[in-house]
Design a binder for this molecule. Structure first.
Ligand SMILES: NC(=O)c1ccc[n+]([C@@H]2O[C@H](COP(=O)([O-])OP(=O)(O)OC[C@H]3O[C@@H](n4cnc5c(N)ncnc54)[C@H](O)[C@@H]3O)[C@@H](O)[C@H]2O)c1
Length: 319
């Protein structure tokens, strides 16, 4: 297959590109390098520095290549920033609409889309299935929902097949020694604390109705996540699927697991709850397992170990 990967220079996209090449697929990557790094892109993939908002540059890529499918990772993704700079985040919607319109013009009939648990908003149930109400509470989540809806209509009107994969918390390293240049997620933040780049981890809230008062999240390994995309390329299913492990870890459990796995202690303190942070966010992954025959294998300790390796921290010698 010839596959276009947008955002293929980013954290998840670069792992997907590497895996697709390993599976002998032909891969073309576009990325505006606003966050991604050119050196993360496998050398066997053809690379174009293109912003999806720029229709004519995007079309040049489609003129040159006949794609069988698109995997669409590219997006701005910082929740807080989306509330301060909606103009920038509206590019997520504009870029995807350009992409779909060009797919229609060049008769590319399949897209796998990176959606997010952010489409659900505040959870109304402990475990979230795909039929949970879609009520995003930040502009980033709204852009993901708007894009899902647009693809759904393009499926009805233009017969474009799609799978919208709603990721929960993606973690671990996919073998490319990825260092997050703008660490906002807990894994890279802990690594920054442990490597001395940051003084202390702030745990937001210790009064949630959970076993230890800290938030519970569902962490899914980036390699398992990428496997789901590759399976999705070949499914006949059209619609949305959750990608998570179905297991919740509290922030405090995660902190303790980092310390246990590394044998090292690090500083943390408690801060106030962050607005819009739900207490518990855990996926039901039954539908993804059924529709894709997907089977996430990695444990939280695997995700932690691979992240340590990426940051070049030696955890073989315990303190
Ligand atoms: N990392 C997570 O935990 C997580 C969770 C849920 C959903 N997602 C979604 O998964 C996808 C990949 O996330 P990631 O963690 O790899 O993020 P990332 O920022 O590392 O990768 C996104 C890539 O898209 C590129 N990009 C952004 N806007 C673009 C545009 N207009 N045109 C061309 N390229 C553009 C960036 O340069 C970057 O390389 C995103 O759509 C994100 O919203 C990620």
């Amino acid at each position: 297959m010839k596959i276009l990967v947008t955002g293929g220079a980013g954290y998840i996209g670069s792992v997907a590109v590497k895996e697709l090449i390993r599976k002998k697929e032909s891969v073309v990557v576009i990325d505006n390098l606003s966050k991604g790094k050119r050196e993360l892109v496998d050398k066997k993939a053809e690379f174009y520095k293109v912003d999806l908002v720029d229709k004519s540059s995007l079309e040049k890529v489609f003129k040159k290549h006949k794609f069988d499918a698109v995997i669409h990772f590219s997006s701005y993704k910082a929740v807080g920033e989306s509330m301060e700079n909606a103009v920038k985040y509206s590019d997520n919607i504009v870029g995807m609409t350009n992409l779909l319109n060009i797919m229609v013009k060049y008769k590319v009939q399949k897209i796998i889309f990176s959606s997010s648990a952010a489409v659900y908003g505040m959870p109304k149930t402990k475990i979230i299935t795909e039929s949970h109400p879609l009520e995003p509470i930040n502009f980033y989540g709204y852009t993901k929902l708007a894009m899902e809806k647009t693809i759904e209509w393009y499926h009805k009107i233009h017969n474009i097949d799609y799978v919208a994969l709603r990721y929960f918390n993606v973690a671990g390293d996919g073998g490319l020694d990825y260092i997050d240049p703008n660490a906002l997620n807990i894994f890279p933040v802990i690594l920054e604390v442990m490597s001395g780049k940051r003084e202390c981890l702030t745990i937001f809230g210790k009064d949630y109705k959970t076993k230890d008062g800290t938030c519970i999240r569902d962490y899914v390994d980036v390699n398992d996540l990428v496997d789901a995309h590759i399976l999705a390329l070949r499914t006949d299913y059209n619609g949305a699927l959750n990608l998570g492990t179905g297991k919740g870890f509290s922030v405090m459990e995660l902190v303790n697991e980092f310390m246990r796995v590394s044998g090292k202690k690090f500083r943390y303190k408690f801060g106030l709850r962050r607005a819009g942070d739900p207490g518990i966010l855990v996926a039901s992954n039954r539908k993804a397992k059924r529709m894709l025959n997907w089977n996430p294998k990695k444990k939280i300790s695997d995700m932690i170990k691979s992240t340590f390796k990426a940051y070049g921290l030696d955890i073989s010698k315990k303190d």
